[in-house]
Design a protein around this ligand. Structure first.
Ligand SMILES: Cc1ncc(COP(=O)(O)O)c(C=O)c1O
Length: 425
């Protein structure tokens, strides 16, 4: 059994954090709601909603006009782009591209990337990825007669063996697509090494950071990737997708755009009118992290980027302690198998998204029973079709997924473990 890792020395006030999220205080017939549905979408702090309403109430106009509302909309959108550049540690705001969500951005950008590829070129896809970083490339391969090479993962360790990637990569590889963290197993992948290997054979890398972005600081320069995409609604913002692309690479691509739209970065990759309020709310979510980081750093608060990094470091420590508490408790319940990393010394290599199966109860039945106790979780493959298939779980209903973030508490985990013991006994 794992040693309990109770969060005794949290350097931030979890209650003060929770107070910023009105939805966390909601009850039904006196029963508190427990949000462990976070990998599918997090709750939103008041500041995000306030900034979005400022945009809608005072700056509701298209950008580029001579009048007040248009000027304000432009300034708010510029600020959101600059916040996301800090979030990504992007060298420039021009490389930050907004879109409806991660899936739409990927489908859209894959069209432009496809124009660079020719019959027989190879794309590496992973068996651990969410379908949003799989099917757009399978469709592209179909349209351009490209070859797909699959990167498997070890179904015992829930990690890639990167020596396999060496065997798969060749001078024909043009693109390597992989996730920062799995939405099913929770594994954090060694994206930096994967990108270096891709670069060594002259391939571009396309990173799905949707599940890593809420938990660990994203640094596109350190990762050495060519594209990285995520979704603000997974990190306490509104429904909004954001893509970072390396300038030299973006400049080689043909954007799919209409004729009057600007030809310059980043707008050439942002067809139509954006959800300005979504962009602004996304910037506010970044500032939410920065404010936590600034409070942690005290008087030497530093740049917004430094504040963001400081926040993630501490929040992730806390999340890891909650994940350890959950894993220890699940380990004590007969019939449960955690479908992911469980070793205490390896919790750095997973996000606190803990999926499990039970020998006698289907995930759907467990999720329904938990929902009756106001504990919100997801069940199924959660669009992680490839990992669910690789783990042999597709036919049996996938997994039951408990997704922790930093506004969750040890008490919520205890309540959930008690409920599970009861339901599964
Ligand atoms: C790892 C991962 N990638 C991509 C997506 C799709 O994101 P979006 O809803 O923004 O298209 C999800 C959604 O759950 C996800 O978990």
């Amino acid at each position: 059994m794992l040693p309990a890792n109770t969060p005794t020395e949290i350097p931030f006030d979890v209650d003060a954090i929770r107070d910023q999220f009105p939805s966390l205080a909601e009850t039904d017939n006196g029963i508190a709601r427990i949000h462990f549905d976070n990998p599918a979408g997090t709750q939103v702090p008041t500041r995000v909603v306030e900034r979005m309403s400022e945009c809608l109430l005072h700056g509701n106009a298209n950008i580029g006009g001579f009048f007040k509302t248009s000027e304000l909309a432009g300034a708010l959108v510029d600020e959101a782009r600059s916040a996301m550049a800090d979030f990504f540690n992007a060298p420039s705001t021009d490389e930050v591209i907004f879109g409806q969500n991660m899936t739409s951005l990927t489908l859209q950008l894959s069209r432009s990337i496809g124009r660079h590829l020719k019959t027989g070129d190879e794309i590496v896809l992973s068996r651990m990825d969410h379908d949003a970083n799989v099917e757009p490339w399978l469709l592209l391969a179909r349209d351009h007669k490209l070859e797909i090479r699959w990167l498997p993962f070890d179904t015992d360790s829930f990690e890639f063996d990167l020596s396999t990637l060496d065997d798969i990569l060749s001078e024909r590889t043009r693109l390597v697509c992989v996730g920062g963290a799995s939405n099913l197993t929770g594994t954090i992948n060694d994206v930096k090494s994967i990108c270096a290997k891709a670069r060594d054979v002259g391939a571009w890398s396309y990173i799905d950071a949707v599940q890593s972005a809420p938990h660990i600081a994203t640094d596109v320069q350190d990762l050495g990737c060519d594209f990285l995409v995520c979704s603000a609604y997974k990190f306490f913002g509104p429904h909004q997708g954001i893509l970072w692309g390396r300038r030299e690479v973006l400049e080689q691509l043909d954007p799919y755009k209409v004729r009057p739209a600007p030809a310059e970065l980043p707008w050439c990759f942002e067809p139509g009118t954006q959800s300005h309020e979504g962009l602004v709310g996304t910037g506010a979510a970044v500032d939410y992290f920065a404010e936590i980081g600034a409070a942690l750093a005290g008087s030497g608060a530093g740049t917004r980027r430094e504040q963001i990094v400081a926040a993630f470091e501490q929040l992730f420590e806390y999340e890891k302690s909650l994940a350890a508490q959950l894993i220890v408790g699940l380990d004590d319940i007969p019939g449960i198998t955690v479908q992911g990393i469980t070793a205490p010394e390896a919790l750095n290599r997973r996000v606190p998204t803990v999926s499990f199966t039970h020998s006698d109860h289907r995930p759907e039945a467990i999720a329904e029973a938990l929902a009756r106790r106001n504990i919100f979780v997801w069940n199924g493959h959660n669009y992680g079709l490839e990992p669910a298939k690789a783990l042999g779980l597709l036919e049996s209903g996938g997994v039951l997924r408990v997704g922790i973030v930093h506004y969750n508490t040890g008490d919520e985990i205890d309540t959930t473990l008690n409920a599970l013991e009861d339901i599964l006994s």
